[in-house]
Design a protein around this ligand. Structure first.
Ligand code: 5AD
Ligand code: SF4
Length: 443
């Protein structure tokens, strides 16, 4: 490379994303914003001119990862003092300047609602620590979507924040109050993604099914939004995450019945199967109400695969409460689920409540995960012999192999030497491995 060429070469940006899919989306948008400053993404941290850590605050372990990763960056920063280090996401929001106090090597701290100002922060035209909830909408100040990577499946944030205030959860504090993006912006972004080759969109929101907005003919609910998206030519698959049971409105359940592009998959966190604990968690529904909701959803879409989140060892949880949770899991039958040991989060209502003994919580978590693992295996086994759509997302482990997601979001490995990324093919499922399926092309 000549000297001139290296002077104009793009600067390299390394982004590490922790936590949820919302963060994955935000990282993409931050990368797009930084492209206007001449940065392009690198997978190699040691080559980076800037390292951006997009953090998660949901559990203590997730938050602590930031500090261990920053510790590991010290030698790189010592070697290359020009290296910029930024912290984004929910730890940035929650801890703000405390991060710089604890780790002076950090140059920038930016919360989830202010990252459109990253380029200005980098140029020194905005404060180096920005964690307010600004009056302007960041989406109005971000560049239009660009395909940063060729990928047929994309995320699209339609809603942010949460007003539910579950007693254990930091989201209402780190992400703020519920805000729905307007219909026209969402449809425009979706059409734009499809024009760039995207065939599957996952709509994101902390409480995505609480989305509402002013559309043609008046106020739209989330089901109506999905109907409008399904009219976009070339958008073959629609998914959404994550939902609250109390916002599963009739029009959304009907969308699962009527709209073939809406995939037969629903992540519907319940957290616990005990009414006492659900009440202490401020979930505002009972186990029975959840079960009746599931019945209605299954009536609308009998083959739907359900997944959920569970918290084990919430303050006050007894053996009986735990048994109630196991019974609910047995009754529903989940395709898979995330389960976590309760982690007290500063600032949340449950923070000061007496904790369940750690060993007891560990044992309950193991028991619950063993049951969920059995259900996951059974759900995968039930796919054997079936012919399903699979959208190829990348090459598989072996030459000539592709991997993609089935309608039910299982990873499926397929021998398909002629196929391209972005092909949506029919596959007969022939084998179930621990975390994936294997299938053969049909026809
Ligand atoms: N401790 C453990 N798990 C938590 N979650 C949220 N807050 C906590 C916490 N304090 C889990 C919930 C939620 C998922 C995203 O993370 O199950 O649905
Ligand atoms: Fe947190 Fe979800 Fe409860 Fe909102 S609904 S407070 S995001 S767990």
């Amino acid at each position: 490379m000549t000297q001139d060429a290296s002077a104009t070469a793009a600067k390299k940006l390394f982004i590490k994303t922790y936590g949820c899919q919302m963060n994955v989306y935000d990282s993409q948008r931050m990368a797009e914003a930084m492209a206007s400053e001449g940065y392009e993404l690198t997978e190699d941290q040691s080559q980076a001119d800037m390292v951006l850590l997009n953090t998660c605050h949901i559990r203590e372990k997730a938050a602590e990862k930031l500090y261990s990763d920053l510790g590991r960056l010290k030698p790189l920063k010592a070697e290359r003092p020009d290296l910029k280090i930024g912290v984004a996401g929910c730890v940035a929001q929650a801890e703000g300047e405390e991060i710089v106090r604890r780790m002076p090597l950090v140059d920038l701290v930016v919360g989830p609602q202010t990252y459109h100002r990253l380029p200005a922060m980098l140029r020194g035209e905005a404060p180096a620590i920005l964690t307010e909830f600004p009056p302007e909408d960041k989406f109005d100040h971000l560049p239009e979507r660009r395909a940063t990577r060729r990928a047929p499946a994309a995320f699209l944030t339609v809603q942010e924040g949460c007003d539910k205030f579950c007693a254990f959860c930091v989201v209402p504090y780190t992400r703020g109050a519920e805000v729905s993006r307007p219909v026209d912006r969402i449809l425009r972004e979706a059409r734009d993604l499809v024009a760039r080759g995207v065939r599957e969109i996952t709509l994101l929101g902390q409480n995505v099914n609480g989305w509402h907005g002013e559309g043609e003919g008046g106020e739209w609910g989330f089901g109506r939004l999905i109907r409008a998206l399904a009219e976009i030519d070339g958008l073959d698959r629609i998914r959404y995450t994550t939902s609250h049971p109390n916002d599963m409105a009739d029009d959304l359940i009907e969308a699962h019945r009527d709209i073939p592009q809406l995939m037969p998959y629903l992540h519907l966190p319940v957290q616990s199967g005990s009414d006492r604990i659900l009440k202490a968690m401020n979930r505002k529904h009972t186990a029975d109400q959840y079960l009746r909701l599931i019945d209605r959803i299954k009536t609308a879409r009998p083959d739907i695969l359900l997944t959920s989140d569970f918290i084990v060892g919430f303050p006050g949880e007894t053996d009986q409460d735990h048994a109630d949770t196991l019974r609910l899991i047995e009754q529903v039958g989940f395709g898979t689920a995330f389960s976590f040991k309760y982690s007290p989060r500063p600032g949340t209502p449950a923070y000061d409540r007496p904790e369940v003994d750690g060993a007891v919580a560990d044992a309950r978590l193991q028991e619950l995960q063993a049951l969920l693992n059995r259900q996951q295996k059974a759900a995968q086994q039930s796919m054997l012999g079936r012919t399903l759509g699979v959208l190829f997302e990348k090459p598989g482990r072996e030459p000539g192999q592709m991997v993609g997601k089935s309608d039910y979001l299982h990873s499926v490995f397929v021998e398909a030497p002629e196929a391209q990324i972005g092909d949506l093919v029919q596959v007969r499922i022939v084998e179930s491995a621990p975390n994936s399926l294997r299938g053969e092309l049909v026809g």
